[in-house]
Ligand binder design. Structure first.
Ligand SMILES: Nc1nc2c(c(=O)[nH]1)N[C@H]1C(S)=C(S)[C@@H](COP(=O)(O)O)O[C@H]1N2
Ligand SMILES: [Mo]
Length: 254
Protein backbone atom coordinates (compact mmCIF):
# COMPACT_ATOMS: atom_id res chain seq x y z
CA UNK A 1 0.00 0.00 0.00
CA UNK A 2 1.17 3.52 -0.81
CA UNK A 3 1.35 5.51 2.43
CA UNK A 4 -1.45 8.05 2.47
CA UNK A 5 -1.48 11.30 4.34
CA UNK A 6 -4.62 13.37 4.10
CA UNK A 7 -4.30 17.11 3.56
CA UNK A 8 -6.25 17.69 6.78
CA UNK A 9 -3.75 15.66 8.81
CA UNK A 10 -0.83 17.39 7.11
CA UNK A 11 -2.27 20.85 7.81
CA UNK A 12 -3.20 19.73 11.29
CA UNK A 13 0.35 18.63 12.05
CA UNK A 14 1.84 21.77 10.53
CA UNK A 15 -0.49 23.89 12.61
CA UNK A 16 -0.15 21.95 15.85
CA UNK A 17 0.73 24.21 18.76
CA UNK A 18 0.92 27.27 16.54
CA UNK A 19 -2.66 28.42 17.01
CA UNK A 20 -5.34 29.48 14.59
CA UNK A 21 -3.29 32.03 12.73
CA UNK A 22 -0.96 29.43 11.21
CA UNK A 23 -3.89 27.16 10.44
CA UNK A 24 -5.64 29.82 8.43
CA UNK A 25 -2.31 30.61 6.75
CA UNK A 26 -2.10 26.99 5.68
CA UNK A 27 -5.64 27.14 4.40
CA UNK A 28 -4.63 30.08 2.22
CA UNK A 29 -1.57 28.16 0.94
CA UNK A 30 -3.74 25.16 0.17
CA UNK A 31 -6.09 27.38 -1.84
CA UNK A 32 -3.28 28.63 -4.10
CA UNK A 33 -2.32 26.39 -7.00
CA UNK A 34 1.29 25.88 -5.84
CA UNK A 35 0.09 25.00 -2.37
CA UNK A 36 -2.34 22.46 -3.76
CA UNK A 37 0.47 20.80 -5.70
CA UNK A 38 2.77 20.69 -2.69
CA UNK A 39 0.14 19.38 -0.32
CA UNK A 40 -1.32 17.07 -2.96
CA UNK A 41 1.95 15.16 -3.13
CA UNK A 42 1.48 14.11 0.46
CA UNK A 43 -1.96 12.73 -0.36
CA UNK A 44 -0.84 10.10 -2.82
CA UNK A 45 2.79 9.21 -2.24
CA UNK A 46 5.83 10.28 -0.33
CA UNK A 47 7.82 13.04 -2.00
CA UNK A 48 10.80 10.75 -2.58
CA UNK A 49 8.64 8.12 -4.26
CA UNK A 50 7.19 10.82 -6.50
CA UNK A 51 10.70 12.02 -7.34
CA UNK A 52 11.79 8.49 -8.16
CA UNK A 53 8.90 7.92 -10.54
CA UNK A 54 9.42 11.17 -12.44
CA UNK A 55 13.20 10.70 -12.63
CA UNK A 56 12.79 7.20 -14.01
CA UNK A 57 10.66 8.51 -16.88
CA UNK A 58 13.17 11.19 -17.90
CA UNK A 59 15.07 10.79 -21.16
CA UNK A 60 18.81 10.17 -21.26
CA UNK A 61 20.73 12.95 -22.97
CA UNK A 62 20.88 12.63 -26.74
CA UNK A 63 23.77 14.01 -28.77
CA UNK A 64 24.36 15.21 -32.32
CA UNK A 65 26.28 13.36 -35.04
CA UNK A 66 29.25 15.66 -34.41
CA UNK A 67 29.54 14.31 -30.86
CA UNK A 68 29.91 10.66 -31.92
CA UNK A 69 33.10 8.97 -30.76
CA UNK A 70 35.44 8.18 -33.66
CA UNK A 71 36.15 4.85 -31.97
CA UNK A 72 33.64 2.85 -29.90
CA UNK A 73 35.43 -0.03 -28.24
CA UNK A 74 33.97 -3.48 -27.80
CA UNK A 75 33.93 -4.97 -24.32
CA UNK A 76 33.15 -8.21 -22.53
CA UNK A 77 32.45 -11.04 -24.92
CA UNK A 78 33.03 -10.02 -28.52
CA UNK A 79 32.27 -13.36 -30.20
CA UNK A 80 29.86 -15.92 -28.70
CA UNK A 81 31.50 -19.35 -28.69
CA UNK A 82 28.45 -21.48 -29.53
CA UNK A 83 28.42 -23.36 -32.84
CA UNK A 84 24.77 -22.41 -33.26
CA UNK A 85 25.62 -18.71 -33.07
CA UNK A 86 28.52 -19.11 -35.51
CA UNK A 87 26.25 -20.86 -38.03
CA UNK A 88 23.67 -18.06 -37.82
CA UNK A 89 26.36 -15.38 -38.12
CA UNK A 90 27.75 -17.12 -41.22
CA UNK A 91 24.31 -16.73 -42.87
CA UNK A 92 23.87 -13.09 -41.78
CA UNK A 93 21.25 -14.30 -39.30
CA UNK A 94 18.79 -15.01 -42.14
CA UNK A 95 17.47 -18.18 -40.44
CA UNK A 96 17.77 -16.82 -36.93
CA UNK A 97 14.65 -16.03 -34.88
CA UNK A 98 14.16 -13.87 -31.80
CA UNK A 99 12.04 -15.75 -29.26
CA UNK A 100 9.55 -13.69 -27.23
CA UNK A 101 7.89 -15.78 -24.54
CA UNK A 102 7.23 -16.22 -20.83
CA UNK A 103 4.08 -14.70 -19.29
CA UNK A 104 2.63 -13.43 -22.56
CA UNK A 105 -0.65 -14.01 -24.36
CA UNK A 106 1.04 -13.94 -27.77
CA UNK A 107 4.45 -15.66 -27.84
CA UNK A 108 6.42 -14.84 -30.99
CA UNK A 109 9.36 -15.93 -33.12
CA UNK A 110 10.54 -13.04 -35.27
CA UNK A 111 13.11 -12.96 -38.05
CA UNK A 112 15.63 -10.14 -38.27
CA UNK A 113 13.92 -8.97 -41.48
CA UNK A 114 10.59 -8.77 -39.64
CA UNK A 115 12.19 -6.86 -36.76
CA UNK A 116 13.89 -4.41 -39.12
CA UNK A 117 10.54 -3.90 -40.88
CA UNK A 118 8.85 -2.75 -37.66
CA UNK A 119 8.96 0.87 -36.43
CA UNK A 120 12.44 1.99 -35.46
CA UNK A 121 14.01 4.62 -33.23
CA UNK A 122 17.45 6.14 -33.78
CA UNK A 123 19.30 7.82 -30.92
CA UNK A 124 22.80 9.09 -30.24
CA UNK A 125 23.66 8.40 -26.61
CA UNK A 126 26.62 7.93 -24.29
CA UNK A 127 27.53 4.46 -23.13
CA UNK A 128 29.17 4.38 -19.68
CA UNK A 129 31.03 1.25 -18.61
CA UNK A 130 31.76 0.70 -14.90
CA UNK A 131 35.32 -0.11 -15.87
CA UNK A 132 35.81 3.60 -16.50
CA UNK A 133 35.31 4.33 -20.19
CA UNK A 134 32.54 6.01 -22.15
CA UNK A 135 31.70 6.35 -25.82
CA UNK A 136 29.00 8.18 -27.77
CA UNK A 137 27.34 6.14 -30.48
CA UNK A 138 24.24 6.05 -32.63
CA UNK A 139 21.79 3.18 -32.18
CA UNK A 140 18.84 2.15 -34.34
CA UNK A 141 16.32 -0.45 -33.32
CA UNK A 142 12.86 -1.59 -32.40
CA UNK A 143 11.32 0.14 -29.36
CA UNK A 144 10.98 -2.67 -26.82
CA UNK A 145 7.60 -1.33 -25.64
CA UNK A 146 6.12 -1.94 -29.11
CA UNK A 147 7.30 -5.54 -29.07
CA UNK A 148 5.92 -6.10 -25.57
CA UNK A 149 2.52 -4.64 -26.54
CA UNK A 150 2.40 -7.13 -29.41
CA UNK A 151 3.33 -9.92 -27.00
CA UNK A 152 0.46 -8.99 -24.64
CA UNK A 153 2.04 -9.14 -21.20
CA UNK A 154 0.03 -10.87 -18.53
CA UNK A 155 -0.91 -8.80 -15.50
CA UNK A 156 1.59 -10.55 -13.23
CA UNK A 157 4.65 -9.61 -15.35
CA UNK A 158 7.18 -7.49 -13.42
CA UNK A 159 10.46 -7.96 -15.30
CA UNK A 160 11.72 -8.50 -18.82
CA UNK A 161 14.68 -10.88 -19.11
CA UNK A 162 17.18 -10.88 -22.00
CA UNK A 163 18.84 -14.24 -22.66
CA UNK A 164 22.11 -13.92 -24.60
CA UNK A 165 24.03 -16.28 -26.88
CA UNK A 166 27.34 -15.96 -25.00
CA UNK A 167 28.62 -17.10 -21.64
CA UNK A 168 31.59 -16.82 -19.29
CA UNK A 169 32.59 -20.38 -18.48
CA UNK A 170 29.41 -22.20 -17.49
CA UNK A 171 27.46 -18.98 -16.83
CA UNK A 172 25.37 -17.60 -19.67
CA UNK A 173 25.16 -13.81 -19.98
CA UNK A 174 21.70 -12.47 -19.25
CA UNK A 175 20.15 -9.27 -18.02
CA UNK A 176 16.78 -8.00 -16.81
CA UNK A 177 14.93 -4.71 -16.42
CA UNK A 178 11.64 -3.62 -14.86
CA UNK A 179 8.60 -2.44 -16.79
CA UNK A 180 9.40 1.26 -16.31
CA UNK A 181 12.61 0.78 -18.29
CA UNK A 182 11.03 -1.76 -20.65
CA UNK A 183 8.46 0.82 -21.79
CA UNK A 184 10.85 3.81 -21.65
CA UNK A 185 10.85 5.46 -25.10
CA UNK A 186 14.66 5.13 -25.48
CA UNK A 187 14.72 1.41 -24.65
CA UNK A 188 15.28 -0.37 -27.95
CA UNK A 189 16.46 -3.68 -29.34
CA UNK A 190 19.17 -2.29 -31.61
CA UNK A 191 20.06 -3.91 -34.93
CA UNK A 192 22.02 -0.92 -36.24
CA UNK A 193 24.92 1.11 -34.92
CA UNK A 194 26.50 4.26 -36.35
CA UNK A 195 24.49 3.84 -39.55
CA UNK A 196 25.64 0.25 -40.18
CA UNK A 197 24.34 -3.22 -39.44
CA UNK A 198 25.26 -4.09 -35.86
CA UNK A 199 28.60 -5.92 -35.85
CA UNK A 200 29.29 -9.18 -34.03
CA UNK A 201 31.64 -7.35 -31.64
CA UNK A 202 28.86 -4.97 -30.59
CA UNK A 203 26.20 -7.69 -30.18
CA UNK A 204 24.74 -8.81 -33.54
CA UNK A 205 22.05 -9.53 -34.46
CA UNK A 206 20.28 -7.65 -31.65
CA UNK A 207 21.37 -5.89 -28.47
CA UNK A 208 19.53 -4.02 -25.79
CA UNK A 209 19.94 -0.28 -25.31
CA UNK A 210 18.50 0.81 -21.98
CA UNK A 211 19.91 4.30 -21.93
CA UNK A 212 19.34 5.28 -18.30
CA UNK A 213 21.63 2.49 -17.08
CA UNK A 214 25.29 1.46 -17.15
CA UNK A 215 27.11 -0.59 -19.79
CA UNK A 216 26.67 -4.06 -18.35
CA UNK A 217 22.87 -3.75 -18.62
CA UNK A 218 23.20 -3.27 -22.43
CA UNK A 219 22.84 -6.99 -23.22
CA UNK A 220 24.45 -8.05 -26.51
CA UNK A 221 23.54 -11.18 -28.54
CA UNK A 222 19.90 -11.16 -27.36
CA UNK A 223 18.32 -14.45 -28.42
CA UNK A 224 15.22 -14.50 -26.26
CA UNK A 225 13.06 -11.92 -24.48
CA UNK A 226 11.18 -13.46 -21.58
CA UNK A 227 8.46 -11.85 -19.46
CA UNK A 228 8.58 -13.02 -15.83
CA UNK A 229 6.94 -12.28 -12.49
CA UNK A 230 10.10 -12.85 -10.45
CA UNK A 231 13.85 -13.09 -10.96
CA UNK A 232 14.24 -15.69 -8.23
CA UNK A 233 15.27 -19.11 -9.53
CA UNK A 234 16.76 -17.69 -12.74
CA UNK A 235 20.52 -18.45 -12.81
CA UNK A 236 21.94 -16.85 -9.63
CA UNK A 237 18.66 -15.09 -8.87
CA UNK A 238 20.04 -11.52 -8.94
CA UNK A 239 18.72 -10.67 -12.41
CA UNK A 240 21.94 -10.54 -14.41
CA UNK A 241 25.29 -12.18 -15.05
CA UNK A 242 27.40 -9.50 -13.33
CA UNK A 243 24.83 -9.09 -10.58
CA UNK A 244 25.13 -12.84 -9.85
CA UNK A 245 28.90 -13.28 -10.07
CA UNK A 246 30.27 -9.94 -8.87
CA UNK A 247 27.48 -8.30 -6.87
CA UNK A 248 26.95 -5.45 -9.35
CA UNK A 249 23.81 -3.42 -8.68
CA UNK A 250 20.71 -4.74 -10.47
CA UNK A 251 19.48 -1.19 -10.98
CA UNK A 252 22.50 0.56 -12.51
CA UNK A 253 20.96 4.00 -13.01
CA UNK A 254 23.02 6.87 -14.41
N1 LIG B 1 25.91 -10.66 -24.00
C1 LIG B 1 26.75 -9.77 -23.46
N2 LIG B 1 26.33 -8.52 -23.27
C2 LIG B 1 27.17 -7.59 -22.73
C3 LIG B 1 28.48 -7.92 -22.30
C4 LIG B 1 28.91 -9.27 -22.50
O1 LIG B 1 30.04 -9.67 -22.20
N3 LIG B 1 28.01 -10.17 -23.09
N4 LIG B 1 29.29 -6.97 -21.71
C5 LIG B 1 28.60 -5.79 -21.17
C6 LIG B 1 29.49 -4.68 -20.84
S1 LIG B 1 30.30 -4.73 -19.35
C7 LIG B 1 29.59 -3.57 -21.63
S2 LIG B 1 30.51 -2.22 -21.19
C8 LIG B 1 28.93 -3.54 -22.95
C9 LIG B 1 29.96 -3.37 -24.05
O2 LIG B 1 29.30 -3.17 -25.27
P1 LIG B 1 30.18 -2.98 -26.56
O3 LIG B 1 30.99 -4.24 -26.76
O4 LIG B 1 29.21 -2.70 -27.67
O5 LIG B 1 31.09 -1.81 -26.28
O6 LIG B 1 28.17 -4.68 -23.23
C10 LIG B 1 27.54 -5.28 -22.12
N5 LIG B 1 26.70 -6.34 -22.58
MO1 LIG C 1 30.95 -2.58 -18.95
Amino acid sequence: MTPRLSRRRLIGSLGAGAGGLLLSGCDRIAASSTGKTLLGLGETASYSAQRLISDRAALAQEFSAADMSPFFRTNGNVQPASADYAAHAAHNFADWRLVVDGLVGNPMRLSLAQIRGLPRRTQITRHDCVEGWSAIGQWTGLPLGLLLKQAQLRRDVRYIVFHCADSFGANPYYESIDLIDAFHPQTILAWGMNGQTLSVGHGAPLRLRVERQLGYKQAKYVMRVEAVATLAGLHGGKGGYWEDVAGYQWYAGI
